[in-house]
Design a protein around this ligand. Structure first.
Ligand SMILES: NC(=O)c1ccc[n+]([C@@H]2O[C@H](COP(=O)([O-])OP(=O)(O)OC[C@H]3O[C@@H](n4cnc5c(N)ncnc54)[C@H](OP(=O)(O)O)[C@@H]3O)[C@@H](O)[C@H]2O)c1
Length: 332
């Protein structure tokens, strides 16, 4: 038996319940893992409320993409992992198939990565969604070069902070946005070269000032909504705007830059890296693993809750007050 977080109907954080489930042995290509820490993502709150890119199977849906812990047992055909290995998960499955919220989980072996010595479970659980997403946005799709200026909106999110670190690691210049000035100092300390408080400053004017009037080579945006019409005006001709979320659920207008030159607007999903392409996933794993070992990539953890406090943790996730990753820790 194991503890697992389940939900039977769509709704707010209160629909989540902690229950005992029969976990069973891992099947072919699967691993059973003791879960020590779980990383929370906006994806799970959208999934729980029925607004995600796919729908849960109800009742009794599990949820969760990220966890870190120790392998307990491996199924047939699993190579490269054995009982006792310290591991983390990469989000390369769908929550309709597997879920990480619990004190143990059966997961596909292809979703596991070894956890280097010195990377604790909280760090391991806070890494792979944020950094595979940021790596794909900036490197595989965005193709940034040293010296490029990258505009990162909602930069205090776990993906935003990862993107700041990836940009700095590659010699690009991260410009961060946040809605008010409250998180400005922490964003500068986290590596942002400039911070723009969008409710207090003119985003386009500020970007022009930072880039000598040129605009940014790349903007990565999980906010969307009507703000994309402002964002496109901050992008340089030949630059790109990558949309990867909808924190603002209002309709998105078709963005048109004032001079009509050829900017790219593209949507992006982490599965383009973690599911659709083995070479991209292999490159992402190497990039992130090397960055973790070197210390240039280091997840920022906002707050850890106990597994039993999952409802409170989801409320905090939805408050927008966080700075970085929210984590659940598991007492065994
Ligand atoms: N497409 C993909 O592959 C992919 C993968 C992972 C995540 N995502 C998306 O990336 C975003 C970040 O996810 P996350 O889990 O790291 O963090 P998160 O908890 O969703 O992000 C929290 C931050 O977003 C900002 N924010 C919240 N509501 C906002 C609003 N209405 N307008 C503007 N900013 C708002 C706040 O920053 P301030 O208080 O500083 O303004 C807050 O600190 C989410 O939208 C998520 O769905 C997409």
């Amino acid at each position: 038996m194991a503890k697992a977080v389940l939900f039977d109907e769509l709704g707010g954080p209160e629909v989540l319940r902690l229950d005992e489930v029969a976990l069973g042995e891992p099947g072919k290509g699967e691993v059973r893992m003791r879960v020590d820490a779980i990383g929370l993502n906006r994806a799970e709150s959208l999934f729980r409320s029925g607004s995600y890119i796919y729908q849960p199977d109800l009742p009794g849906s599990r949820l969760g993409y990220e966890a870190a812990g120790v392998v307990e047992a491996v199924g047939d055909g699993v190579h490269g992992f054995a009982a006792g290995d310290a591991v983390s998960t990469v989000p390369s499955f769908r929550m309709t198939e597997y879920g990480t919220y619990g004190d143990a989980a059966v997961l596909p072996a292809r979703a596991l990565v070894g956890r280097p010595d010195g990377v604790d479970a909280v760090t391991g659980a806070a890494t792979w969604m944020a950094y595979t997403t940021a790596y794909g946005l900036l490197v595989e799709v965005g193709g940034i070069d040293p010296g490029d200026v990258v505009l990162i909106t909602a930069a205090s999110s776990s993906v935003g902070l990862a993107a700041i670190q990836v940009a700095n690691h590659l010699g690009a210049v991260p410009v961060a946005t946040t809605r008010t000035g409250a998180k400005r100092r922490r964003l500068l300390e986290a590596g942002a070269a400039h911070v723009i408080a969008t409710q207090e400053q003119d985003l386009v004017e500020e970007v022009r000032a930072v880039t000598g009037g040129r605009g940014v080579e790349l903007a990565v945006d999980p906010v969307a909504g009507p703000g994309v019409n402002t964002l496109i005006q901050a992008v340089a001709p030949d630059g790109a705007l990558l949309l990867y979320g909808f924190l603002d659920p209002a309709p998105v207008p078709m963005p048109i830059a004032p001079d009509f030159r050829g900017r790219t607007v593209r949507t992006y999903l982490f599965e383009e890296i973690t599911v659709d392409s083995e070479p991209r996933l292999r490159r992402a794993k190497h990039f992130i693993d090397a960055g973790l070992r070197a210390g240039s990539l280091a997840p920022v953890v906002d707050r850890a809750f106990d597994l039993a406090e999952v409802v409170e943790a989801h409320h905090h996730l939805e408050s927008g007050a966080q700075f970085g990753k929210i984590v659940l820790t598991v007492r065994h």
